[in-house]
Design a binder for this molecule. Structure first.
Ligand code: SF4
Ligand code: SF4
Length: 314
């Protein structure tokens, strides 16, 4: 399956750079559909034709507009569905809302390991049936854990998307070296391997050159998802992935755009965000949520469960 995704997304100018679209979603920078689409198309015109999204990101409308102009973009999406009905609905929603029947890759979102995959077995089986029917190109999972990568290999999936960065930020069950080994084995087993959170959710922005140099040296990564929310960020990443020195202006502007988690007024102390966060980056204190910024990897999961819509990543 690696060859299918590689062939479709291959661009001799921008090897491996994939548009991480969480950054433009309602969970982060909150682009309107048209604004998000314009940015996706700006990247596509420079050869960044693979988009990493998820049902959870709520940004299919942006991708739909982009696909109308550029129908052959490679779309990797994810779903939390665990049973057959949920999996069918997730695929149908992706097809309906993005306006395209074929989904290049359907991943089970945020899988922790073998047990979690077994709990999602009916969804996995359904995706595989849809792959056999030609509606999905590749089936896999996304994970923050080394055990998740190993499960993808064990259950002979086609693709895996995992956190990897030079400081091992966001990994919850091992070190950076452990993750490197697991991803290398996944690549050798024939899976299409996507690296994500290469800047640790923004923590490595001050050492961005080193972080990208590290990630580009990992030859077992078939694609590298990078969150981008401005033309300057796209320009910068396209340059460095091409091995060029980025334009000074693009480097300056994109380097200023580190994201921060903000909990605004309106918190009712329900605790859902703290429960949802797998990084321990939100605690409840005196009946209100409080962020611990140094632990946050800006995944946006907490923002999506807040009934008061008072969590923002800006
Ligand atoms: S605080 Fe929110 S954005 Fe940060 S790691 Fe936790 S869930 Fe993700
Ligand atoms: S989910 Fe929202 S309302 Fe609930 S504790 Fe967190 S910030 Fe407060």
């Amino acid at each position: 399956m690696r060859s299918l995704l590689s062939d479709k997304s291959r661009n001799p100018l921008i090897p491996r750079l994939c548009f991480g679209s969480l950054a433009i979603s309602p969970l982060q920078r909150q682009f309107a559909p048209l604004g998000g689409a314009q940015l996706l198309l700006y990247a596509a015109r420079q050869g960044v034709t693979m988009i990493d999204t998820a049902e959870y990101y709520q940004n299919y409308p942006s991708i739909a507009i982009a696909l109308r102009e550029q129908p052959d973009l490679t779309i990797i999406t994810k779903s939390y569905a665990w049973d057959r009905a949920g999996a069918l609905e997730s695929v149908s929603k992706a097809q309906r809302e993005m306006g395209r029947q074929f989904i290049d890759a359907m991943l089970m979102h945020e899988q922790e390991g073998e047990l979690t995959v077994r709990g999602h077995w009916d969804a996995l089986t359904t995706y595989r049936e849809l792959k056999a029917a030609g509606e999905i190109g590749a089936v896999g999972l996304s994970t923050h854990r080394i055990a998740g990568v190993r499960a993808a290999v064990k259950f002979k999936m086609d693709a895996v998307c995992a956190i990897i960065n030079m400081d091992g930020l966001g990994l919850t069950d091992g070190s950076r070296d452990d993750m490197e080994r697991a991803l290398m084995e996944a690549h050798e087993a024939g899976l299409f391997v996507v690296g994500m959170k290469i800047l640790g959710g923004g923590h490595l922005i001050g050492r961005r050159n080193d972080a990208i140099k590290y990630i580009l040296g990992l030859n077992f990564l078939d694609a590298i998802a990078v969150g981008m929310a401005s033309e300057a960020e796209i320009d910068y990443n396209v340059s460095v992935f091409q091995g060029n020195v980025p334009n000074a202006n693009a480097a300056r502007i994109s380097g200023e755009t580190a994201r921060t988690l903000m909990i605004e007024e309106g918190c009712i102390g329900c605790g859902r965000c703290a429960e949802r966060c797998g990084q321990g980056a939100i605690i409840m204190e005196s009946g209100c949520a409080r962020a611990i910024p140094e632990r946050c990897i800006r995944c946006g999961y907490c923002a999506a469960v807040c009934p008061q819509v008072c969590i923002k990543i800006v």
